[in-house]
Design a protein. Sequence first.
Lengths: 481, 139
Amino acid sequence: MAKVLIPTPLRQYADKHDSVELRGSTVGEVLGALTKQYQELRGQLYNDEGKLRSFVNVYLNDDDIRYLKKEATQVKDGDTISIVPSIAGGAAVEAPAQPVTLSKDEILRYSRHLIMPEVGMEGQLKLKSAKVLMIGAGGLGAPLGMYLAAAGVGRIGIVDFDVVDFTNLQRQVIHGTSDVGRKKLDSAADTMHEINPYVQIDKHETALSSENALGLFKDYDIIVDGTDNFPTRYLVNDACVLTGKPNVYGSIFRFEGQATVFAYQGGPCYRCLYPEPPPPGLVPSCAEGGVLGILPGTIGLIQATETVKLILGKGEPLVGRLLLYDALAMRFRELKLRKNPECPVCGEHPTVTKLIDYQQFCGIPQHEPAPPPGVAEGEIDPVEVKAKIDHGDRFVLIDVREPHEYQICNIPFAKLIPLGELPKRVNELNSADEIVAHCKSGMRSAKAVEFLKQAGFKKVKNMKGGILAWSDKVDPRVAKY
Amino acid sequence: MIEIEDQPWREMVAHARKTYPNECCGAMLGTVDNGSKRVAIAMPLENASAGSQQQRYELRPEDLLKADREARRRKMDLIGIYHSHPDCGAYFSETDLKNSCPWYSFVVLSIQKGEFDHANSWLPNAEQTKAEKEELIYK
């Protein structure tokens, strides 16, 4: 039996004992037995990855186990194990005690940078001292994070609160199949550390908001926007202008992308280009409209290139120019951007001097009205539709999605009439028949039902939840997309 | 809430003034009753930071182990750690945060031009991402 001494603040998790006698042949086994017996202790001593937290030192009698065989260190009867935190600190914020240098291993790693005069030792040390904050670890954040880490950017912050899912893998190459279900932050940080263990990664598990943006931006030199929604884009822009940090911007949709650097040394900002957001719903997101998986690679790497150029202070930054990329035509174009003297945030007489409510600014309701429970008037549940088919009822099921969606999955009984073609093909339907319309999730088919009713059809219903609900409730073999 | 008794408080201030313009560090021993902490003994420890100590301190784990043993011997608890910030405020710096431990109170003494100015107590979180201010009482 070995005795584990419990530090005062941890006794509350160990039934108030100041020491516990446990069995185990190694330190790791004894600590395992301890945290099995007192499960709340586990979170105090180990991080999410199951490693001892950085501030936890373990002593066997008078020796630090790091200098023995770590957690595999043998334990004898009567040994005492102590848990001792490692503590340091100091007022130093800007001036580290040691000047930044490269170790021998780092010199080897960055050799192809060091032999170029434009980077050299001076530039590589600038990269090591640089602090870059990435907003989002998704499509744009994936190539960005991997290359910034590889290039040796010393400190990289990531703001993200999402979890990896299967639909991400087609483009978010920083995450792998085995990462599905993990936090994007953890998965991204693991990949980046695997590429380059010499960089510090700050994980900010939060949604960027008007409350936290200024505080988060304060600690970094450059902000890189990898988000795909308008409220966050305006928030990132305004917070960059207010804190004086450059905003390396990128956006993607289907086969087209854009990139530029906003708010850098007197250059234009996002609001100079777009003073007002588009009406909600007008510009579809990638989730709604799709995106070529490779596209964020191209745009994210343009952002990474601009970030590294800003750090090195070399070349001509993408300021005052909006780079447009069309992957189908494989063409780049440039639009000249001018600073707007009337810009509400960076103009001569700014009216936006602190962060505002960006959801409201973009016309997005604070709380989505909850869909009414059950099946509303004019709606029919997929289960009921299935019963009608099985029962041989006379009715027509129309699928109002697009032909390429029909190819992904369909209900064989259904007749395909895309919503856009419905007006000219309405004569294919008989108003005497009972008609049920469906789409992917029920939005477009609701419009189809509305159209048919106005065209004089009386017996039309919308299949609630679309083919997604059909997959959930009726036939799980039908793929979801 | 953390309250530091007269005697240990005088010793902590004296320690911080003596090491000025370098940072000092040490352990605080005492009792915890229903979440309110009372410091009865200040135990000065050596600043083991290898570089300049004007803006840095480091505690040897062995010294902390000794402080913990001393507390057990006296039937007290190791409650917190103190250190000084010469010629700057008693904030909890990024350096403090990244090398902290969530189990203890961190008392920071601001020493301006060699004289005690003000002090704060901080409670860092386990992720070392932020520290909350704790109510601090001293004479």
